[in-house]
Design a protein around this ligand. Structure first.
Ligand SMILES: [Zn+2]
Length: 414
């Protein structure tokens, strides 16, 4: 079946100037032609959707989400306060809502098991395309080692699709990477520092994993065709991650502290996923140590984003949603613009840039011939104000792989 969207102003995700009165021709799940409407043709029996007066953008991508997480509370994190089935259905609702806001692809940075991806692919539930990490690999005491403040290891029911993720020593690290891939991981998530919300004593500048362990992790992941996304905020652990050759630095709050690090990322082509959204939440955290860390890192984080822009480090948008609930993922675009990106740069960070970070730039992230037809029709122009993308009423149409997944257009006069 052929479907055509005509008349919209097209922002194709490549950074090219918007095209007025464009047409996008969709054959099956892919884009077969795109450009100014006047230069394109399509079969007489094609379904033509009048998109005039709107802006058409690529399907949005969140490069760092935790779709199956629903709060930082200990009982919630350890799955103690509701049945697993209730939590799974809550997650299904988040998947549906995320897609309906124009997010057609999400990289889950830990917590979502491979069954959700199958359910989406089989059409059992609506949701974005998923790229899964399953679990955060770390050494004993790292952020993947989920021990309670009382010292109890109460991870509860063992889900074989979320296999153990604590490993010490190069051989053990390789084994855990292989186990994660066996369970369905598309990407390997690790952490070489603490974070704002980690336990007291393992903060943003405290290291986890040795260089030898990280080299084993990266080598094994790459040998299995998986990229490595590394939670790293600052200090020696951040340097270890870059020296080991991870593919993306998640958070990267203190990248500005060592003048050579962002230059190294630019040369190595390492992606920077700042996840500014989560720290807005942490700055208001009820836990004093979390609040203090988030306040202390803020100026460094903004400086790191600015310097990354100057040096041409590729930036991808990610919210780190989940612990702080599931606000609208496009919040990250608002904060990226506040940090110094232009609206066009922020939009690219959530489309072409994020696609490249996931290694999917030949499939998604831009509106170009041959790409999967992931499209969002927006009432208004997000280049004038990226916060338009936070308003469900303005996300008029969401198309994923050529299929209409959300349609909020008001009925047209016949
Ligand atoms: Zn995260």
């Amino acid at each position: 079946m052929t479907r055509v969207l005509t008349g919209a102003t097209l922002i194709d995700g490549t950074g090219a100037a918007p095209v007025a009165d464009a047409a996008v021709v969709i054959e099956g799940d892919r884009i077969s032609a795109v450009g100014p409407r006047a230069g394109l043709g399509w079969p007489a029996d094609a379904e033509v959707i009048d998109a005039s007066g709107r802006t058409l953008i690529p399907g949005l991508i969140d490069a760092h989400d935790h779709l199956a997480s629903h709060g930082y509370g200990l009982a919630t994190r350890f799955g103690l306060d509701e049945p697993a089935s209730t939590a799974h259905l809550r997650t299904a609702r988040v998947l549906a809502e995320t897609l309906a806001m124009g997010y057609t692809t999400v990289r889950d940075a830990g917590g979502l098991d491979a069954g959700f991806k199958l359910a989406v692919e089989q059409g059992l539930i609506p949701g974005p395309r998923l790229v899964l990490a399953l679990q955060i690999i770390s050494p004993t005491g790292g952020i993947g080692d989920r021990v309670s403040p009382s010292g109890h290891d109460c991870c509860g029911a063992y889900d074989p699709l979320l296999p153990p993720c604590v490993a010490n020593g190069s051989d053990a690290v390789r084994d855990v990477v292989r186990t994660m891939v066996r369970a369905g991981a598309d990407v390997i998530k690790t952490a070489t520092t603490g974070g704002a919300s980690s336990r007291p004593g393992h903060g943003p500048l405290d290291a986890a994993f040795s260089l030898a362990e990280m080299e084993a992790l990266v080598t094994e992941s790459h040998a299995l065709g998986r990229r490595v996304m590394c939670h790293a905020l600052g200090g020696p652990g951040l340097r270890t991650a870059l020296a080991a050759g991870v593919d993306s630095i998640e958070h990267g709050c203190y990248l500005d502290e060592d003048a050579t690090l962002l230059g190294q990322m630019a040369v190595q082509g390492t992606f920077f996923v700042p996840t500014l959204t989560v720290y807005v939440y942490h700055r208001e955290s009820p836990a004093p140590h979390v609040r203090e860390r988030a306040v202390a890192l803020h100026a460094h984080h903004v400086a790191s984003v600015r310097r990354a822009l100057e040096l041409g480090v590729p930036i991808a948008a990610g919210t780190d949603a989940g612990g702080h609930g599931h606000p609208k993922n496009a919040l990250e675009l608002k904060y990226l613009v506040e940090a110094g990106l232009s609206p066009m740069q922020a939009l690219r960070a959530a489309t072409q840039g994020a696609a490249a970070c996931l290694g999917l730039e030949r499939e998604i992230g831009t509106v170009e011939k041959g790409r999967l037809a992931d499209l969002v029709l927006v009432a208004g122009n997000p280049l004038d104000d990226v916060t338009l993308l936070l308003d469900p009423a303005r996300i008029e149409l969401v198309v994923k792989g050529g299929a209409i997944c959300a349609d909020r257009r008001s009925p047209r006069p016949r």
